[in-house]
Design a protein. Sequence first.
Length: 95
Amino acid sequence: MATCAVKFCENTYYKAKKNEQKLPFLRIPIQTESIWTKVLPLDSIDANTRICADHLTEHDFYGENKQTLKPGALPTLNISSTRGTSLLRSEEHNV
């Protein structure tokens, strides 16, 4: 099961599917992995590390399906190193 690796993000593939959300979980691009590790509060990255699309803007993707990242795309939304607010943008996902 895919879970978002961003600290304190509670989004999972199972929750998204259960709520009939189209919330992609993406691998961290190898080409920009070192930059992503500076932006994201992650302990480690491996081949199974995924983040949910809630941490990227619409402009970071090709097309509307949010499956393919544009080169240079970086997560900038809902990135927090402390638990303060819910990271799930409920207004976008009708939760």
